[in-house]
Design a protein around this ligand. Structure first.
Ligand SMILES: [Cu+2]
Length: 461
């Protein structure tokens, strides 16, 4: 992983693209890469966001969403698939992860959980399902306080009122705090018949019953919190939802046989329900019909007049251990945790820059970031270093042929490039490197890129 170390060392060389030349080839040396950036995409079904957060919305101030349990399959980067469960909006087919619900501060949000795990399409030994909304207060379930449920013997059966197969529960709450939140299964045991072996939230969340909830502040949709210093460029809003899969669990659920969570051992890790290189494909990529959300982060250089506002990354984790996500040359400025701005008292700023972001299980982190062309390197202001001999290099597929932003030059014979307009690519990934695999296939896990496009106007696609 020497390439990773090289990138770490170059964090202060913003504006120098030698790091791209030298390192990207090492990091992207996967045979899977070629499929990632060039194929056509299906039309967006939720707006037309090719990149960035895809919001599922409903009219304010009383947005209502129906989340229906579904089962299906997702593609993994080692060429296999995983059987998953998920929430889909209304009657839509299975997707992973669940829809990203975007609401406004002060909205009275209603989420109707429809448990479609029944009838001919049921998974074997289908359980009841509930939803919990960490960070939301005074949640109601069918009008009563949402709270843990117990059977007649006092055994915990779910963390909230659950929907039996074929049934539904209506949760509601006032989204009183802006920020980034999870919603996820609270489990659910059957009230009749044989107990389901898949009733626990541990299993149901691992199977995919989770999604993100974004509460936009009263100050405006281009703020993360009700703070002037949380303003971001609404064209550059991104999400990093981290999760993991133990395929033995999923296989047991598919078969309808019990799984011992003491043997749980994830082998796959994902961003927004995808693995690299699928992670950097557009939202709604046609070859990922059940995995609609990409995670590449295209930005333009900071410019005091043309591009003054930073991008925002909303990190979330439903994993079982810390994910030390590492945005490389783009240190993030942590401005919020778990839906609370980092502030003490009235307006005091307690934000801080972070080089690796340790996302704990169930946590969310909000980070602002930008990219400044500090040195202003160009063909007329060349990088003060000599280019290594070609035999000492491996040219990455994103290299433009030039170290300068917005410049494309001829590539050495036999080298092809996916570079579109002289843009830079900066890797961002989980730095627990054992989690960077697909059951041992290296460099396929939670990896994405910050893409720095030339300043506007440019000729980029
Ligand atoms: Cu790294």
């Amino acid at each position: 992983m020497s390439g990773v170390m090289t990138m770490r060392g170059s964090a202060h060389l913003r504006g120098s693209s030698w790091l791209v030349l030298l390192v990207t080839p090492v990091l992207v040396a996967g045979t899977l890469l070629a499929s990632a950036a060039v194929r056509p995409v299906a039309a967006a079904t939720e707006g037309s966001n090719r990149i960035g957060v895809v919001c599922t919305t409903s009219s304010s101030p009383n947005p209502t969403f129906t989340l229906t349990t579904r089962q299906g399959y997702i593609n993994l980067a080692d060429g296999t698939t995983a059987y998953m469960w998920g929430f889909s909006e209304g009657g839509k087919p299975f997707q992973h992860p669940g829809p990203t619900l975007c609401v406004n501060e002060g909205d009275t949000v209603t989420v109707v959980l429809s448990n479609a795990f029944t009838g001919t399409s049921a998974p074997k030994k289908a359980p009841a399902v509930s939803i919990v909304f960490p960070g939301q207060e005074n949640v109601l379930a069918d009008g009563a306080p949402s709270q843990p449920q117990f059977d007649g013997s006092g055994n915990l059966t779910s963390l909230a009122q659950a929907a039996q197969p074929g049934g539904s529960v209506s949760y509601s709450f006032v989204a009183s705090k802006p920020g980034t939140f999870l919603y996820e299964s609270g489990g659910g045991q059957l009230t009749s018949g044989s107990p389901s072996p898949f009733s626990s939230p541990q299993i149901q969340v691992r199977m995919g019953l989770f999604g993100a909830l974004i509460v936009r502040p009263a100050m405006g949709a281009n703020f993360v919190y009700d703070r002037a210093d949380s303003q971001f460029n609404p064209d550059t809003e991104f999400m990093i939802l981290l999760s993991e899969i133990d395929p033995y669990l999923n296989a047991k659920v598919l078969k309808g046989t019990a799984f011992n969570m003491n043997t749980y051992h994830p082998r796959y890790w994902l961003i927004n329900g995808r693995q690299f290189p699928d992670s950097i494909a557009d939202n709604f990529a046609s070859w990922l019909p059940t995995q609609p959300y990409g995670s590449i982060a295209p930005i333009h250089p900071y410019d005091a007049t043309a591009n003054p506002w930073p991008a925002v990354d909303r990190y979330l984790s439903v994993g079982s251990m810390d994910f030390p996500f590492h945005p490389h040359g783009n240190n993030g400025k942590v401005i919020g945790r778990d839906g609370s701005p980092l502030a003490a008292g009235a307006g005091e700023d307690m934000s801080f820059d972070k080089f690796a972001v340790n996302i704990g299980p169930g946590q969310t982190w909000d980070l602002l970031f930008d990219w400044k062309d500090n040195e202003g390197y160009s063909p007329t202001n060349p990088v003060p270093a000599s280019e290594p001999d070609l035999q000492n290099l491996t040219i990455g597929m994103f290299y433009s042929g030039s170290p300068y932003l917005g410049v494309q030059e001829a590539m050495p014979p036999g080298i092809s490039t996916l570079n579109e307009c002289g843009e830079f690519y900066i890797i961002a990934h989980n730095h627990a490197l054992h989690q960077l695999t697909s059951w041992g296939v290296n460099m396929t896990g939670p990896i994405t890129y910050t893409r720095v496009d030339p300043p506007l106007p440019n000729s980029c696609p």
